[in-house]
Design a protein around this ligand. Structure first.
Ligand code: PLP
Length: 384
């Protein structure tokens, strides 16, 4: 690898410490607007290479530092911060389609992304076909003459289904179709979809990138050519801007991203393996397990598997899932994931291509001592 590695980019990339009085941590520019010394400089503010900041909806120094780091981490040329993961995903999708176009998307995609595709975009004459996506032929078979976008999320929500990103990207290129991958689960630390040929990477930064359950944000990363119009239109015009304070908190989160993910990964792997051997557990879904259907592709395109897993119980009732989650002490009951604290929720798990869902439990394994988490789950499974 040329240039600094992941952790070093997080710490040093694009920092201008001398400009900031030598401050070790970057300043928070919590300002909506930027002043000009005279009318002459005000007149040239719209210039393409204008060296100044103008207004925080269009750009902000704190947010820009974060965007520069994210672009470097994902191996892209430009990144844009958004006010939430859904703002980032909406922007990425809208940047790729127009009225009359067709999208192919995986069926285990994040719920609100699915709702955007099924309930909102049809209003603009944009249709979506959902496919299991575990084989690239699913995308090929669903492609129509007006297909303009393949949407992937690998590993996907709740069941962590894997798509072969390089194969999907190659297929898309040969047909003039754009590709997006939601990379929230793996982050650039474990997976770099742009290097596999994907056009745009979208993130909820609310999860691992922030990592402390104290901010809501999203990011889109890609080439200059893809990102320039996205920044102008879906970024500045639609205006779902990332607040500088959330950007500053995310810069803080990035400094520990690699060490956090290493720990999330090792704890989740231990827990997934133990759950897989537990007599009350029917199946465990975690892309690091040998039993995961997408294991071979995951091993090829990812360098790690973060801290998420789900499982079903032999007694697969809603009541049993509730009893178990209620019996846990350190796993708090909450949506979201990727924070320092462990979370558990009972929910219905639907496998790619399946018609029926089964009751199960999803865990976000946090940074507590893994032995405490194991004891908590063992006691819960003994009692619940
Ligand atoms: C939470 C989530 C999102 C949405 O992010 P927000 O920041 O809540 O808008 C998108 N994709 C995935 C996979 C998520 O889990």
């Amino acid at each position: 690898m040329n240039g600094p590695r992941f952790e070093t980019i997080c710490v040093h990339h694009a920092e201008q410490r001398e400009r900031n009085f030598g401050a070790a941590a970057p300043p928070l520019y919590q300002a909506s607007t930027f002043t000009y010394p005279d009318c002459a400089s005000f007149e040239v503010r719209e210039a393409e290479d204008a060296p100044r900041f103008d207004y925080t909806r269009t750009g902000n120094p704190t947010t820009q530092l974060l965007e520069q780091k994210l672009a470097a981490l994902e191996g892209g040329e430009l990144a844009r911060g958004f006010g939430s993961g859904m703002a980032a995903i909406s922007a990425a999708i809208l940047a790729c389609v127009k009225a009359g176009d067709h999208i192919v998307c995986i069926d285990t995609v994040y719920g609100p992304t699915r709702t955007l595709l099924t309930s909102y975009l049809p209003r603009f004459g944009i249709e979506t076909t959902f496919v299991a996506g575990t084989d690239p032929t699913h995308f090929a078979d669903a492609t129509r003459s007006n297909t303009r976008l393949y949407y992937a999320e690998s590993p996907s929500s709740l069941v962590f289904a894997i798509q072969d990103l390089a194969a999907i990207a190659a297929l898309a290129r040969s047909r003039g179709v754009a590709t997006i991958c939601d990379n929230s689960y793996a982050t650039a630390y474990f997976q770099r979809p742009l290097a596999l040929g994907i056009d745009l990477v979208a993130h909820t930064a609310t999860k691992y990138l922030g990592g402390h359950s104290d901010l809501v944000a999203g990011m889109v990363v890609g080439s200059r050519e893809r990102m320039r119009p996205l920044i102008e239109n879906e970024g500045k015009l639609l205006g779902g801007v990332l607040d500088p304070f959330a950007a500053w908190l995310m810069l803080r989160g990035l400094r520990t991203l690699a060490v956090r993910l290493d720990r999330h990964q090792s704890s989740a792997r231990t827990i997934a393996r133990l759950l897989g051997e537990h007599p009350r557990v029917a199946r465990v879904f975690h892309p690091g397990l040998a039993t995961h259907p997408g294991r071979a592709i995951a091993a090829r395109q990812m360098t790690g598997t973060s801290g998420m897993l789900s499982f079903t119980l032999r007694d697969g009732s809603r009541e049993t899932a509730h009893r178990l989650v209620d019996a846990l002490r350190y796993f708090c009951i909450a949506v979201s994931w990727g924070g320092y604290e462990s979370l558990a929720i009972p929910l219905q798990l639907r496998q790619p291509g399946a018609a029926e869902a089964e009751w199960g439990v999803r865990l976000s394994v946090g940074l507590e001592h893994v032995d405490d988490l194991i004891e908590d789950l063992s006691a819960g499974l003994a009692r619940g």
